[in-house]
Design a protein around this ligand. Structure first.
Ligand code: TYM
Length: 333
């Protein structure tokens, strides 16, 4: 608790260009929850280097991501928006926690298996211990709640296990966090292969809507979205393309599936695709405008980066000290 408010932590990687999945699965909920909680939103650049990055590109993407957080509606005066690499406690706590994580647990992580398959020439130790760094992120801030898309559930579970194990040995050092998965949009699928998650790293640009896509491009991508030959709008497993379009529509408009089904009753797929595209343009257009404006405000963004890194550092140090003392490191004189 800080000032009577519960604590929220979440983060995104500055790898690739943010997709509609990142927005509807996470960022949109961050904005909604930001009034209720004391929030830490990190640009998790330490995680990004588990996959080879071009240094200049990573720096630019990280800055754009931080700017997008603000453009999406997170007030940086009220929410601590910062770069993970500016707070050394993340890496320090991750080391301690690695000593309380079993190889067997890490072997079960499906994201590791997927990424190892995709980057077979670079299966580095960081990729393997990635979930422990994520646990350190969350536990450093004593987060009560962590809003994420459903693909991060397994990482939240291992975080809870590590924290519980540590606490049972040393007392209540860490708050055990709860995941927050939104009602709609928790798993947005690829527009070209609706059995697959929409992902920043998809090679087919038509598979994902990017947050900075022009409205005309967004409409085109929805028009090309893969559907089926059933010809009737229903929300069921056998029609994953249509189900995904309805999910996107509901997440973008805050309508329920029943409301959406009623609205599109008797309509064709073309009408649905146009309506979904328009609902997405309606939320992304203001965000894009704000992003452009903020990108010009260099001094302002720099001051946010500095101020918030200091705030995050101060909170992180408290937990780090408690963990260091708990495991038996000598106090600094
Ligand atoms: P990342 O950068 O892959 O994704 C950021 C957030 O977007 C969500 N997301 C989706 N939601 C719905 N549908 C999709 N298709 C979709 N794709 C992505 C993710 O669930 C996530 O919430 N490991 C994390 C970053 C991280 C983190 C943390 C998150 C590092 N430390 C601590 C929370 C707490 C990741 O790679 O997310």
């Amino acid at each position: 608790m800080i000032d009577g408010k519960k604590i929220l932590f979440s983060g995104m990687q500055a790898t690739g260009t943010l997709t509609l999945g990142n927005y509807l699965g996470a960022l949109k909920n961050w904005v909604t929850l930001s009034n209720e909680y004391e929030c830490y939103y990190s640009v998790v650049d330490l995680h990004s280097i588990t996959v080879r990055q071009d240094p200049e590109e990573l720096r630019t993407r990280a800055r754009n991501l931080l700017t997008l957080y603000i453009a999406a509606g997170l007030d940086p005066e009220k929410n601590c928006i910062y770069y993970q690499s500016h707070v050394s406690g993340h890496a320090e706590l991750a080391w301690i926690l690695e000593c309380f994580t079993y190889v067997g647990e890490l072997n079960r992580m499906t994201q590791f298996k997927d990424k190892a398959r995709k980057h077979a020439d670079n299966i580095n130790a960081g990729l393997y211990t990635y979930p422990v760094l994520m646990a350190a992120d969350i536990l450093l801030y004593q987060a009560d709640v962590v809003p994420v898309g459903s693909d991060q559930m397994q990482h939240l579970e291992i975080t809870r296990d590590i924290a519980g194990r540590f606490n049972s040995l040393y007392g209540d050092i860490f708050t055990i966090p709860e995941p927050y998965i939104g009602k709609a949009g928790a798993r947005i699928m690829s527009l070209q292969d609706p059995e697959k998650k929409m992902s920043k790293s998809d090679e087919n640009p038509n598979a994902s809507v990017y947050l900075l896509d022009e409205p005309s491009v967004i409409m085109k991508k929805f028009k090309r979205a893969v559907t089926d030959s059933e010809g009737c709008i229903a929300y069921r497993d056998e029609q994953p393309g249509i189900r995904n379009l309805i999910d996107i529509y509901c997440a973008a408009t805050d309508k329920t599936v029943d409301e959406a089904l009623k609205e599109f009753e008797g309509q064709g797929y073309g009408t649905l695709k146009t309506a979904v595209g328009e609902s997405v343009v309606a939320i992304l257009e203001p965000l894009q405008k704000r992003f452009k404006e903020l990108s010009e405000e260099k001094t302002y963004i720099d001051s946010i980066i500095k101020k918030n890194a200091e705030k995050a550092e101060a909170t992180a140090q408290k937990t780090l000290k408690a963990a260091q003392e708990a495991v038996g490191f000598p106090a600094r004189m």
